[in-house]
Design a protein around this ligand. Structure first.
Ligand SMILES: C[S@@+](CC[C@H](N)C(=O)[O-])C[C@H]1O[C@@H](n2cnc3c(N)ncnc32)[C@H](O)[C@@H]1O
Length: 208
């Protein structure tokens, strides 16, 4: 099975996000695996008029929120059905497009420079950082922001699969890799909402 097939199967089993969150908002950005938990889009800094790229945008709900805040937003996702779902749900919003592509291939093909890139349990988790981080750095302006979230580190570090692998490094290793690639970075684990619940690794990096 290919990575695209893995993600198509994942997409076919995923349910749409709630129409409204606990605060009554119809669009919002959620970094963690829990509803109504963790920081919001302020992690990314100013968004109005900024060129924003989401790596592994899924059904597009997080990116749609950034478009409502004035971002000029593109979401890339490997799975074609994710693009169609995102366009069907959010394609009416101005300043928002969705593209079917592998994140690294997309970055390599573009000659555009972005202000903000982010990934929420998305392509950053599932792509070798030795390949992805330099590709991101090449397409971010100095001072631009890369932020991403995923599950915290495991003993194994890299969990290699036949089609899809996960890079589960600890926070200090992400900080070092990012520093070595031309970023200043901070990484930490947001605690889960209740005792005993797994937290979320959140990494914030600024291109030097
Ligand atoms: C766990 S889902 C998360 C989706 C979304 N970010 C969210 O929070 O709902 C991971 C997504 O990343 C996409 N993805 C995985 N590897 C990718 C890659 N190399 N390039 C682009 N998208 C990728 C998958 O197709 C899938 O939609």
């Amino acid at each position: 099975m290919s990575a695209v097939e893995v993600w198509e199967r994942y997409a076919s089993n995923s349910r749409p996000r709630r129409a409204v969150n606990a605060a009554g908002a119809s669009t919002w950005l959620n970094w963690t695996q829990y509803p109504d938990h963790g920081p919001d889009e302020s992690v990314l800094g100013d968004l109005a008029g900024r060129r924003v790229l989401e790596l592994g945008s899924g059904s597009g709900a997080n990116l749609a929120h950034l478009a409502t805040l004035g971002g000029n937003c593109t979401g890339v996702d490997l799975a074609p059905s994710r693009t169609s779902t995102a366009v069907a749900e959010w394609g009416h919003l101005p300043g928002l497009e969705f593209v079917t592509a592998d994140a690294v291939a997309y970055l390599a093909e573009k000659d555009e420079v972005f202000d903000v890139m982010y990934s929420i349990f998305g392509a950053v988790w599932f792509t070798d950082p030795a390949i992805l981080l330099p590709a991101v750095r090449d397409r971010l302006r100095p001072g631009g922001v890369l932020a991403f979230s995923q599950l915290p580190a495991t003993e194994a570090g890299v969990i290699a699969g036949p089609a899809v692998s996960k890079w589960n490094y600890p926070a200090d290793q992400w900080e070092k890799m990012l520093a070595d690639t031309g970023f200043t970075a901070t990484a930490s684990v947001i605690p889960g909402p209740a005792d005993g619940e797994v937290g979320t690794l959140l990494v914030h990096a600024t291109a030097v």
